[in-house]
Design a protein around this ligand. Structure first.
Ligand code: NAD
Length: 341
């Protein structure tokens, strides 16, 4: 394996653009060789932003024409499993965006294809690579606040996810799209597996979208119980208009850790009317700017050094299981025991 990994990005939308720019300009161990999008015009536009690398309409075309060692899959959820299978069969390492797949069965297929073909599989939980959230994990491991007993994680987004994410044929809905990050963070920081999830949700911001999309929610809360008896809370709401808001709080037997804030800048204006004016984070792109670079770098290092990625396919599947448990609990209005059958 050379010191630079030849990489292809599939999906030239919002997440694909973040990865392509990072791989092209901010990660020296990456060599971006191709952009793929079924909309060739989008692939071309993104290619123009990244030194004009070759662009293709299908991953198959890119595999035929380029030497590709790793692929970043940044396409809608329903494509994650087939694209991962294609990559695994070609011996190409896979970084796949969250939510991992449309079902737990698909997630299992992806994990076993990676194992069988001896490729690395990492899922896009970049919050684990955010410098401050990483620090939270190391403080917990050092015992800085005793044993964690209650972990809360919330995400509020300024806009609605893309339409494909709300359509049950192509996505899993808002909880998967937005809160799978929170489920992963709470599970990772607690260092334990959840044994039950109880969730409530409603469409209080856009009630009219309930008619259009079955399972539409725009505000929800989940309560988790872990094997180590710890408790978790995940809440979410979109679209909130005020900005992008991701915060975590860890209560331990000997203290508290809080991370994240609404304010996205140190700039503020304070005037004689005694009001303070500042700005919120506007997007996940700037809130987790460093996390996206660091997760991609870590994945490529796992490829070069032939070691297990820091976020595995199993982690992706566990987060997905929590999402499905929350969705089932919302439907039945009862706590759902884990693991799901
Ligand atoms: N980690 C994060 O914070 C984060 C943020 C945003 C999106 N995401 C994830 O990234 C993935 C993509 O989301 P997005 O918001 O960028 O979507 P998007 O709709 O902006 O872009 C998806 C792109 O994929 C293309 N596409 C669809 N099927 C394809 C196929 N089979 N082959 C090639 N191209 C195909 C579409 O034409 C589109 O341009 C999702 O899994 C989403 O959850 C993650």
């Amino acid at each position: 394996m050379s010191k630079r990994v030849k990489v292809c990005v599939v999906g030239a939308g919002r997440a694909g653009e973040v990865h392509a720019l990072n791989l092209s300009y901010r990660i020296p161990i990456a060599e971006l060789v191709a952009i793929v999008d079924q909309d060739l015009n989008l692939a071309k536009q993104l290619s123009e932003k990244v030194r004009g690398v070759h662009y293709y309409q299908t991953f198959r075309d890119a595999l035929r024409s380029e030497e590709i060692e790793a692929v970043f899959i940044a396409t809608p959820t329903f494509t994650h499993c087939p694209l991962t299978m294609e990559a695994a069969e070609a011996g190409v390492h896979v970084f796949c965006e969250k939510p991992m797949a449309l079902s737990l069965e698909e997630a299992e297929q992806m994990i076993s294809a990676a194992r069988k073909n001896n490729i690395k599989l990492q899922i896009g939980f970049m919050r684990r690579f955010d410098p401050e959230i990483k620090k939270v994990k190391s403080l917990i491991l050092e015992g800085a606040i005793g044993k964690p007993i209650l972990i809360k994680s919330l995400t509020r987004g300024p806009g609605l996810p893309p339409k494909w994410a709300l359509d049950p044929k192509t996505g899993i809905g808002m909880i998967a799209e937005v809160s799978s990050h929170d489920f992963d963070s709470v599970r990772w920081l607690m260092g334990s597996e959840a044994v039950s999830v109880y969730a409530v949700a409603d469409a209080l911001i856009h009630p009219e979208l309930k008619e259009k999309y079955s399972n539409y929610h725009d505000v929800y809360v989940s309560i988790l119980r872990f094997e180590n008896n710890g408790l978790g809370i995940v809440d979410g709401g979109c679209p909130v208009g005020y900005g992008y808001d991701a915060r975590i709080e860890v209560l331990g037997t000997d203290g508290l850790i809080m991370v994240g804030e609404v304010k996205g800048t140190t700039l503020l204006v304070s005037k004689s009317d005694k009001k303070v004016i500042s700005e919120t984070f506007q997007s996940w792109r700037n809130r987790f700017y460093e996390g996206y670079i660091s997760e991609a770098e870590s994945f490529l290092k796992a490829v070069i050094e032939d070691r297990t990625p820091e976020v595995t396919g199993e982690d992706g599947k566990k987060a997905l299981e929590l999402v499905f448990a929350a969705i089932e609990s919302i439907k039945t209005n009862k706590p759902v025991a884990l693991p799901l059958r």
